[in-house]
Design a protein around this ligand. Sequence first.
Ligand SMILES: [Zn+2]
Length: 216
Amino acid sequence: MSTPYKEKIKRSAEMTDLTYELLKKNNLKSRMGAVGSLYKCSCCHDESEKWLTQFEAKKHIHTDKHKKSNKNYNAMKSKYENEYRMRLNCEERNKEIQKELFKYNGTHRVQEFLLECEEADDIHMSLDDEVSVDGEMITRPIFYISAPTTFNELYSNFQEWCDTLGESNISKDNVKSIMIKFQDESAYGLEIGECEEYLKKNGTLESPKFNFKFEK
Ligand SMILES: [Zn+2]
């Protein structure tokens, strides 16, 4: 003998089309069985519960019990998702802070090193330039002034200095750009070019020279 409640559920089930959206909204899992799709409700059923046929599933989503637990389940789910999103935001922010801190520590370390260096005056340099005069090759010297220390020298001093402090090294490119900035702010200023190193006293961006010397 079916009750009016059961009749009502059955009628609703008969009019229900189990679309993907409906499955999602009701938190129904589905899988293929031997005679068609089988369903399980994530709100009401635990792992040991047997899978429902399609009609059983349609009836299930109209029960008062399911409507109530589905409401709670969805509320929990959105609360959990919000918390999850918040945690992701925190992790993102934390990564940014770590990156900034690393950059700051790096800059700080290079500056500490340069403050321990002696400032050193420019030196006079010359190189032989071959030119053709009336079809004849002659050699003439080019004189120029240059900051005394190459980047490679200063960088290897810096690495040794870091090693004695037991600190890990920073990337070479990073050290270079920090040193160039420091040179620019020093009393000697920065004269750097993009081509031949003798054209500018601080060489080129590729191979800069500095007015700093590290005395061991
Ligand atoms: Zn349910």
